[in-house]
Ligand binder design. Structure first.
Ligand code: PLP
Length: 433
């Protein structure tokens, strides 16, 4: 037994070299930092962390309450009724022929993606900019990562020729391509013709595509199309409750893996059985209600889309008027502004790259953005991600009820219900001047 005067014993840090110099995920870190600054009394415009502002829909909460006593371990692949509800959701939404056998349920899609990368020994191919965790997961596993360039003029969308050139140059390498649309960080999405063209290249080179469609239901006009429509045999659809159902903290992710990739599905299930075992039983039972859908959930989605559409459009117009290069978002709640047109003003302030930009902006104005470097962009580029979620989602959903369905939400309405977002964006524009 040690007493208070004896120092505790220390242990030499025998860390796995793959995680030796790694830092925690950029988005989770910025969230904790923003919370600390806000607790210290600073006014913070929280555009860093991309959590859905909306509450979990009422029928889904009621289902969770009704299932609070569910206490048994469930099957590794997921509750059969939930796997069927997820398959049915994709049949309805995406016109697929998925069955419950194709579905895996995991504790967040992030964990399922990690297991997919662990199971499929392939090179990770990912367009830049891309969500923060794909490449670190591959690096932790010691797998090669190939970033593919995209251009702002193409809306940061992966061009089929770029994918084809990479596959052609590496014909003996197995590739796992992760595509994410509507995109975090750009807010832009892929159209049917673009999906078709990418599907053709993927088919030609037998690329397995992990299609991260977690923001699909938050397409601003509800017009999301799954890649699996054009490439059913090689597409894994990744989704879950975190974004469209406002339930990030519930930790429930879904994979739909076609029969042609059953070996991969089985391998992921084996690792799942030796690691997380199964997702929390009450959450899985409640998720059946979420994926079953119905009028109330459709209405919730209608209002949520309307709010993020109006807000995204207002912000992009505001930034464009201040000379910032940014496209209006098409889905989800992100924008990816490029501040290169302001380079001269920024240089005069001693700002050379996106990291300096975010640090100084936070310090001087309380506006939190994430630097483009967190999404695989070069440090010299002045791109950043803006997550426009700093508003009370429950209050906005309730207030939107008073506005006729066919009307767009006005600036006045946005100022009343999403005031902090508007002031934060105006503060940013003012600072740029
Ligand atoms: N994919 C994208 C693009 C995301 O933005 C997120 C969460 O921020 C995830 C996947 C992970 O979601 P979850 O693990 O909550 O299902």
């Amino acid at each position: 037994m040690s007493n208070s005067r004896t120092p505790p014993p220390t242990f030499p840090p025998h860390l796995n070299p793959q995680i030796l110099d790694r830092r925690p995920s950029a988005t989770l870190t910025i969230n904790e930092r923003s919370t600390r600054l806000a607790q210290a009394g600073r006014k913070i415009y929280r555009f860093g962390f991309g959590q859905s502002p909306f509450p979990v829909p009422a029928p889904v909460i009621a289902a969770l309450q009704a299932n609070a006593a569910q206490k048994d371990y469930l099957p590794v692949r997921g509750l059969p009724a939930l796997r069927e509800a997820v398959a049915d959701f994709h049949r309805r939404r995406d016109g697929l022929t998925a069955t419950s056998d194709d579905v895996l349920i995991g504790p967040g899609s992030k964990e399922l993606m990690f297991l997919a990368q662990l199971a499929y020994h392939a090179e990770l191919v990912v367009p830049t900019p891309a969500w923060v965790s794909y490449a670190p997961q591959a690096e932790i596993l010691g797998l090669p990562v190939q970033w593919l360039p995209t251009r702002k003029e193409d809306g940061w969308r992966l061009q089929p020729e770029v994918l084809a050139a990479h596959c052609q140059a590496n014909p003996h390498q197995a590739h796992l391509l992760i595509l994410n649309y509507p995109s975090n960080p750009t807010g832009l999405t892929l159209r049917a013709d673009e999906l078709q063209a990418l599907a053709e290249v993927a088919r030609q080179y037998r690329v397995v595509v992990l299609s991260d469609e977690i923001y699909g239901e938050l397409h601003h006009t509800g017009a999301h199309i799954s890649l699996a429509r054009y490439y059913p045999e090689g597409t894994i659809i990744s989704s879950g409750l975190s974004k469209w159902c406002g339930a990030g903290g519930w930790r429930l992710g879904t994979f739909v893996i076609p029969p042609s990739l059953d070996w991969l599905r089985e391998a992921i299930a084996v690792v799942a059985s030796e690691t997380f075992s199964t997702v929390s039983a009450p959450i899985q039972h409640a998720a059946v209600t979420a994926f079953a859908g119905g009028a109330e959930i459709e209405h919730y989605l209608f209002q949520a889309r309307r709010i993020i559409r109006a807000l995204g459009s207002w912000i992009s117009r505001q930034l464009q008027a201040a000379g910032v290069d940014v496209a209006a978002p098409e889905g989800g709640f992100y924008l990816f502004p490029d501040f290169t047109p302001q380079q001269a003003v920024l240089r005069a302030k001693g700002i050379e790259n996106s990291l300096d930009f975010c640090e100084r902006l936070l310090e001087e104005t309380g506006v939190v953005l994430l630097p483009g470097t967190d999404f695989g962009r070069t440090s010299a580029e002045l791109t950043c991600r803006l997550a426009y979620v700093d508003f009370d989602g429950a209050r906005t959903l309730a207030a939107a009820e008073a506005i006729p369905d066919q009307e767009e939400l006005s600036e006045r309405w946005l100022r009343e219900y999403c005031g902090s977002v508007l002031i934060g964006v105006e503060t940013l524009c003012e600072w740029l001047r």
